[in-house]
Design a protein around this ligand. Structure first.
Ligand SMILES: [Zn+2]
Length: 512
């Protein structure tokens, strides 16, 4: 690999997924992982296999099915974690074990309750252990930026000496600033022996809004790998955002002289896919992928852009894969074209899944004149879910300014038809009351948001709901040209997720 090449290590499915509201099930993780492969990230951190059977299965499925990137699993510095991780990533062609232990005195004293010497022994044993399973071993010193520099150097030296091929310097608590981080990475780069062939990596959190800036500073100081996530999701304020770091490196190549292998026109589809899976949209002014990122509202700017794009635009929307209102499909599009389109959007559906979505698409194409990418993503989202216990069969509502809103709903509960009718404050509320009665859902509706997914009065309505049940919060989406139907779909999808997540074990403490 050229020395100007930056390794993009994506942790959307690990650090990102462990953040509130971003839980994904196996099928969703797999779908996201396929899109990351299209994006051509170098490494996918697919999960933390010891955390739960669900995490293990997801990492294993990704290792089996996703081709291209290195598949990585996370493991604490102990034998059990490392073995579990090794088994999960086993099917992958290229596999990495990422093991970690804390290096800061505050973590040693209060979290690990071990001496510096003891922790060095654990680090050494962990790297040796991981090395038995794969050559590609990454070692992280958790809370590196608040650690004693000399101790940190010692710990990394132990890791190199025992075969670690990537050394990761996490700013676990999002505390560092660019000038300081530059110094730290430069120091390690200069002091560590045997760094040839070893990647120096950084993992920055965004608590002070500096994750991307810190990662860039680290690159200038010699870091060769960046850990990042799509849309910058992750613990607390999130991680370094993949789209921002990649585009900063691309647009300012003149200054930074580094490249990535990222297929930039897959950036926007990846961002949209993640938002549609988690139900969490990025803020409109989010760099690169936000709704306003390329919108020129000021007259002077608009005039300039019309005369020459470069007057106010440092990159074009098309570079990152934004194709506003591009007509993609109509009702005459055949199965083959539709299959190709799905693949392009990151949904390589097969068998019954494909058939169901294709039939839905034909129906939609009949109702709408033009079908956009966003419509197709919305369709797939509604249709494809893991073991759905409940499925909306039929819904009818009556409402208006003279009637008491009422709903009659039929739901299949594991195939068995159940019906209920209820009144409510409005048609959506009435529908939800009926669904609650059928499903026995006792939790709370925390949030309810309606968006037009595409423009016009024939637009599909996208509904996002957030519900909470016994402390567990999930989000789900539904979409339909009828807003009440979309709402019912979203609500039922959320209830299905609660049922799904309630089956998995609790996760251990949150990590790096
Ligand atoms: Zn992290």
């Amino acid at each position: 690999m050229s020395k100007n090449q930056i390794v993009i290590f994506d942790t959307t499915l690990r650090d990102g997924e462990q953040s509130p509201g971003c839980s994904m099930n196996l099928e969703e993780k797999l779908r996201m992982a396929q899109q990351l492969a299209h994006l051509k990230v170098d490494v996918i951190e697919a999960g933390f296999p010891i955390a739960s059977p669900g995490d293990f299965d997801a990492v294993q499925a990704i290792a089996k099915e996703v081709k291209g990137p290195v598949i990585c699993g996370l493991a604490r510095a102990n034998k059990k974690d490392i073995e579990r991780c090794a088994h999960a990533i086993e099917p992958a062609k290229k596999k990495r074990i990422h093991t970690f232990i804390s290096s800061s005195d505050i973590h040693l004293k209060y979290q690990l309750k071990k001496s510096r010497e003891e922790v060095l022994e654990h680090a050494k044993a962990a790297v040796k252990q991981a090395k038995k399973w794969t050559d590609d071993v990454e070692f992280s010193a958790m809370d590196a930026t608040r650690s004693d520099w000399d101790y940190l150097r010692q710990m990394f030296q132990v890791a190199i000496d025992h075969g670690a091929t990537t050394l990761n310097i996490p700013d676990t608590v999002g505390y560092t600033i660019p000038s300081e981080f530059y110094e730290l990475v430069s120091y390690l780069n200069a002091q560590l022996k045997g760094l040839k062939g070893v990647n120096l990596s950084v993992h920055c959190h965004n608590d002070l809004g500096l994750a991307v800036a810190n990662s860039l500073a680290a690159i200038e100081a010699g870091a060769t790998q960046v850990e990042c996530t799509v849309n910058g999701i992750g613990e607390r304020a999130g991680n370094c955002s993949l789209e921002e770091i990649v585009m900063a490196l691309h647009v300012r190549q003149d200054q930074l002289n580094r490249q990535t292998k990222i297929k930039k026109d897959q950036i926007y589809p990846a961002s949209k896919l993640l938002s549609s899976i988690t139900g969490i949209s990025v803020q409109p002014n989010k760099a690169i992928v936000g709704e306003n990122a390329f919108a020129h509202e000021s007259g002077i700017h608009q005039d300039g852009v019309l005369k020459n794009k470069l007057t106010y635009e440092i990159m074009t929307p098309a570079t990152v894969g934004i194709s506003k209102n591009k007509i993609v499909m109509g009702k005459h599009s055949g199965r083959h074209a539709f299959r190709e389109k799905l693949k392009e959007l990151g949904y390589p559906l097969t068998g019954d899944d494909f058939q169901t979505v294709f039939e839905e698409f034909i129906l939609l194409a009949d109702v709408k004149k033009e079908v956009y990418d966003e419509d197709i993503i919305a369709l797939v989202d509604t249709r494809i879910h893991e073991e759905q216990r409940f499925e909306l069969e039929a819904i009818q509502v009556s409402s208006g300014n003279f009637a008491v809103p009422a709903a009659t709903v039929s739901v299949l509960d594991n195939g068995e038809l159940k019906k209920a009718a209820a009144f409510g404050d409005g048609p959506v509320d009435a529908a939800f009351q009926a669904i609650k009665e059928i499903t026995g859902f006792n939790g709370v509706l925390k949030k309810f948001v309606v968006n037009a997914i595409t423009g016009g009065t024939d637009a599909q309505g996208g509904v996002f709901v957030t519900i909470e049940d016994q402390g567990r919060v999930v989000r789900a989406t539904g979409s339909h040209t009828d807003i009440v139907v979309a709402s019912a779909q979203a609500f039922i999808a959320a209830i299905n997720r609660i049922a799904f997540y309630n089956r998995s074990d609790d996760r251990p403490e949150k990590l790096i």
